[in-house]
Design a protein around this ligand. Structure first.
Ligand SMILES: [Zn+2]
Length: 185
């Protein structure tokens, strides 16, 4: 598994919630679902709109674009207004979700088989608050009606799965990614 954009651009971690005790009108991090007050259901990467982002692992694209209806109309509880122009990739181990993409910036279609590292689209700020990519992970067997709506911390999953001590050398062009694990079950 690789991060969809360079890992050192992280701007908000899983579970963070600096606005937890503020009135709803002051919430600044509500992206997917009404997850307050538990905390942030994914990781944010601060990148300028228009930055290519990539699939974290091999999989099948099952959603591209805005969600219709309400969060209850999809089995992952992705809230249409907050998710913006978003992407969902189905993997043998679960699903990865990429939010706030540039509307119309897609490089893939529903049904496409994508490889780890393949560009899915361009980042944006749709549905969000400023330019960033919001990245979520759902593992098989997720229970949406739970804390964080079944999401798990991508950092925890990746560190758990990462081969101990493995170091991968990239060409300069490939340093866009930081590969922390290539051994997903
Ligand atoms: Zn986020």
């Amino acid at each position: 598994m690789i991060w969809p954009v360079p890992y050192d651009t992280k701007s908000q971690s899983f579970g963070e919630n600096p606005t937890k005790y503020l009135p709803a009108s002051h919430w600044i991090i509500r992206q997917f679902g009404n997850y307050q007050p538990d905390g942030h259901t994914g990781m944010d990467f601060a990148v300028k709109a228009g930055t290519p982002f990539r699939a974290c692992a091999d999989g099948t694209v099952i959603h591209v674009g805005w969600y219709p209806g309400t969060y209850a109309d999809n089995d992952m509880w992705i809230a249409p207004g907050f998710a913006g122009f978003c992407y969902v990739v189905d993997h043998p181990w679960g699903r990865s979700i990429y939010g706030h993409g540039l509307d119309g910036g897609s490089k893939v279609r529903v049904g496409d088989q994508v490889k780890e590292g393949q560009v899915l689209g361009l980042t944006g700020n749709t549905g969000g608050t400023g330019d960033h990519l919001h990245f979520e992970i759902l593992l098989n067997g997720w229970v949406v009606n739970s804390q964080f709506y079944g999401r798990v911390n991508p950092e925890a999953v990746i560190s758990t799965l990462a081969p101990a001590g493995e170091v991968i050398t990239y060409t300069p062009d490939e340093q866009f990614f930081i590969d922390l694990s290539i051994s997903l079950p």
